[in-house]
Design a protein around this ligand. Structure first.
Ligand SMILES: NC(=O)c1ccc[n+]([C@@H]2O[C@H](COP(=O)([O-])OP(=O)(O)OC[C@H]3O[C@@H](n4cnc5c(N)ncnc54)[C@H](O)[C@@H]3O)[C@@H](O)[C@H]2O)c1
Length: 300
């Protein structure tokens, strides 16, 4: 990865780099490439820079200069354009989004503002930047849009999503992400902007904000409190470890074909154990908690 990025990607703009997945991307870039990382984030409720600060400390003197925080809300078109000019990027990894489905149901407006208008503002700013680049930098420039497989709807007991699955978003969150996917493709076809898209399944791992299923269940079980489960827990999701997602993102960003979208999921074959009902996820965590913290058990 380091080799791939060091070829031409010296300045990388990561949006949403203070969030869960963006933070994992930023830590990886700082540790394994020579790129300067411009971290554009509004620093909302889900943001936390602690893990990045720790990475910079571990990397030692001089590392801090390679991480530049740009505290900007993508809803602000002028501030977004100024941030893109300042970053002067070779690669943009666009992860900033409102990301919690339940919040999108109680307050959909913020999702339209960040995920749709925010992506539009970023695309316009990036297009202006890309159009004025010298030929060589323009040829290698990439805009990578990070999206979710929730744009395809719900998984049944059988089968899985693919790049040709029709869009069928079911929540304000997934509808706003679907809209942003369409904008990104339109900017490719209309203006020639060199884009790559990925649609990923549910991520889990360190530094996830504790409103998402796995950290919520762990914290509730550890505290001996009732574990919330939506409906009968029969919803099926595919699960992917966040650092494996980062690996796929960097591969797609550097090797992906322009205009293409790639599905990223937990495992390869049908019947893969990375697909679980929410109830199975909860039961697996309770089983692990029984081993690790038998005192409060059985946690189920
Ligand atoms: N978490 C998952 O399981 C998952 C799966 C597939 C795809 N995704 C996508 O990956 C991306 C990152 O998800 P996450 O789980 O890390 O989310 P997160 O909520 O942990 O982090 C999102 C970050 O984006 C920032 N942000 C939101 N709106 C912004 C705005 N208007 N301007 C600037 N910054 C803004 C937030 O402040 C936050 O730091 C999202 O685009 C999401 O749709 C997430």
């Amino acid at each position: 990865m380091a080799d791939l990025l060091s070829l031409s990607m010296e300045r990388v703009l990561v949006t949403g780099g203070a969030g869960f997945i963006g933070g994992a991307v930023v830590r990886r870039l700082l540790a394994e490439s020579r790129a300067t990382v411009f971290n554009l984030d509004k620093l909302g409720y889900a943001s936390d820079l602690t893990s990045i600060e720790r990475t910079l400390q571990a990397l030692g003197p001089g590392a801090a200069e390679r991480h530049q925080l740009l505290q900007v809300d993508l809803g602000d078109a002028e501030a977004t354009a100024a941030a893109v000019r300042q970053a002067d990027p070779d690669l943009v990894l666009h992860l900033a989004a409102e990301s919690h489905v339940d919040r999108s149901i109680s307050g959909p407006g913020a999702f339209i503002e960040s995920n749709v208008t925010g992506t539009f503002n970023l695309l316009q700013a990036v297009r202006a930047h890309w159009e004025q680049l010298p030929q060589e930098r323009q040829a290698s420039f990439r805009f990578h849009h990070i999206s979710t497989d929730e744009v395809f709807g719900s998984l049944g007991a059988e089968g899985r999503f693919s790049e040709t699955t029709p869009y069928d978003p079911r929540s304000p969150y997934s509808a706003s992400k679907a809209a942003s996917d369409h904008l990104v493709r339109a900017w490719h076809h209309t203006y020639g902007l060199p884009v790559v898209l990925t649609n990923c399944s549910n991520n889990y791992g360190p530094w996830q904000f504790p409103e998402k299923l796995i950290p919520v269940v762990i914290l509730k079980a550890a505290a001996g409190e009732p574990i919330p489960l939506y409906g009968d827990g029969a919803n099926v999701r595919d699960w992917l470890y966040v650092d494996d997602h980062v690996e796929a993102l960097l591969l797609a960003a550097t090797r992906g074909r322009l205009g293409e979208s790639y599905c990223v999921g937990g495992a390869g074959d049908h019947g893969s154990p990375s697909e679980r009902t929410n109830k199975q996820v909860v039961e697996a965590i309770c089983g692990l908690m029984d081993q690790l913290r038998p005192a409060g058990g059985p946690h189920s």
